[in-house]
Design a protein around this ligand. Structure first.
Ligand SMILES: Nc1ncnc2c1ncn2[C@@H]1O[C@H](COP(=O)(O)OP(=O)(O)OP(=O)(O)O)[C@@H](O)[C@H]1O
Length: 476
């Protein structure tokens, strides 16, 4: 095999070969050394970052790739690098998360002067490769696609809205505001829209950024007296994806700038998608005019997936990653890891890696041991009647003791009924146990409270919003 010579970390070797060419050669060799499946799954989204002093750095998209490649394919990776590039003594896997990669990309673009660099307008001869390149450039994670997102009742509406925006049928959903707890797929769905736009429109000007990044760049631009360039860069986008918008809370000047950027983008018919860990109206210290701008399109929520959906997500990941784990173990993970999808992924990865390395069947005891920290955390996150009572008392500014007292003014009775309703819907406690926890009330009183609050949620907006807010706090 002919070797591609690589000498420095600037992307060029003595023969002017850049990292992309070198990696293409390594990929070619790797595709001969590992199965087609493994190659597609584990090496497609990687790149050669540099080779310096015989140490090769390989950029990988996430921790899962790291565990998997380190456990299974280091020999092949070494061999391919040695044959195609240079004799390397060490291979380092470096996680290039989308959010981090994006920052680097944007920074490069600042240096290279203006907005044109952010949005390459031409597509090369090979559209497929071009799309992958553009994904990287924009900072989108190649694995965040619609195909890899498992839809359940918890995400149906958000998924449908994102698909509509991606296919151009949701232009009225502007901005699209996606909120929900951590690890529930907000970034995944948002980036899937960006990906589709990039894949379908040759000149789609897509920008992905975290709100933290926006704020930092803004502060930097103010410091350098370079606001004009900052504005030029962001106000010419056709699709703007902004992650973790809650980060802007309490930052007055950044909010001011954000407000104007936002207006310019919407006036220019740019599609804006925002994600947040809570609804706009619940972001503390967010200017009311921004709240109302965020709410003027469509707001969708991602909720934690139910058991069936967790099971489906795990089954999908098992197939996608090619891990070998018994169905019984998959069910166990779906039963025990309930808070979010990131945890499900983490649990499955650990179990799958053990199975592959140890080459033995994973037993329930082994899972208990391997995932003991995750299970412990899940247990401590369990919603209890006590945690509900505390939260409701805090929200309604009443004494905790009144949850169990006999006092009956509406300012106490109404929150107490809400707390009973939440105890019934968010814990596995029986009516009798709930009655006991509320000062020894009988189960009929609990049934009455649950019915009443249920009806009020349907008819009374204020009660509905109060209950929804407490529910979102319980999930944190
Ligand atoms: N429905 C789903 N189907 C398949 N994978 C999912 C699903 N939901 C989430 N994931 C996966 O879970 C992980 C976490 O998702 P993501 O980063 O989008 O969460 P997030 O809501 O943006 O979290 P955070 O607020 O912490 O940034 C990702 O690897 C994502 O691919």
């Amino acid at each position: 095999m002919e070797q591609v010579e690589v000498k420095d970390s600037e992307g060029h070797g003595e023969r002017g070969v850049d990292m992309e060419d070198a990696w293409a050669a390594v990929r070619g060799r790797l595709s001969e050394l590992v199965s087609v499946d493994a190659f597609e799954r584990w090496f497609k989204a990687c790149r050669l970052v540099e080779v310096e002093n015989r140490v090769a750095k390989i950029g990988i998209p996430n921790e899962i790739h790291q565990v998997w490649i380190e456990s299974n394919y280091m020999t092949e990776l070494h061999a391919a690098l040695n044959e195609m590039v240079d004799e390397v003594v060490e291979v380092q896997l470096v996680i290039e998360q989308a959010k981090v990669a994006k920052s680097e990309v944007v920074q490069e673009s600042v240096d290279s002067e203006d907005a044109e660099d952010l949005f390459p307008d031409t597509v090369g001869e090979d559209d497929g490769i071009e799309v992958e390149k553009r994904l990287k450039r924009v900072g989108l994670n190649p694995s965040f696609t619609f195909d890899s997102f498992v839809v359940g009742a918890n995400s149906q509406f958000a998924h449908a809205a994102c698909e509509a925006v991606a296919t151009g049928k949701g232009s009225a959903f502007n901005p699209l505001f996606i909120h929900g707890g951590p690890g529930l797929g907000k970034t995944h769905l948002m980036q899937a829209v960006g990906r589709q736009r990039l894949a379908s429109e040759a000149s789609g000007k897509v920008v992905y950024m975290t709100c933290e990044k926006f704020t930092n760049e803004f502060i930097d631009a103010v410091r350098k007296g370079d606001l004009e360039r900052f504005r030029r860069r962001y106000r010419t986008a056709e699709m703007m994806l902004i992650d973790d918008v809650q980060f802007i809370a309490g930052k007055e000047r950044s909010q001011e700038e954000f407000f104007h950027t936002f207006n310019t983008l919407l006036d220019g018919r740019c599609q804006v998608i925002l994600t947040s860990d809570r609804p706009a109206s619940e972001i503390k210290n967010l200017e009311p005019r921004l709240v109302s701008r965020f709410e003027c399109g469509l707001t969708v929520e991602l909720q934690p997936p139910g058991f069936e959906t967790r099971l489906a997500i795990l089954q999908h990941k098992v197939a996608e990653w090619g891990v070998k784990v018994d169905d019984g173990i998959i069910r166990l993970l779906a039963e025990r890891l309930t808070t979010n999808v990131r945890r499900l992924e983490g649990g499955l990865m650990r179990v799958g890696t053990f199975a592959s390395l140890a080459g033995e069947r994973v037993t329930v005891d082994k899972v208990e041991h391997l995932l003991r920290d995750l299970f412990r955390e899940e247990n401590s996150r369990q919603v209890t009647i006590d945690s509900i009572q505390r939260l409701v008392a805090e929200q309604f500014d009443m004494r905790l003791a009144d949850m169990t007292s006999r006092r009956r003014p509406a300012s106490i009775a109404v929150p107490r009924q809400i707390a009973m309703y939440l105890s019934r819907t968010h814990t596995k406690c029986s009516l009798v146990e709930i009655g006991d926890a509320f000062g020894g009330r009988d189960h009929g009183t609990v049934i009455h409270a649950v019915k009443k609050v249920k009806a009020q949620i349907e008819t009374d907006r204020q009660v509905r919003e109060q209950v929804q807010f407490i529910e979102s706090e319980l999930r944190r």
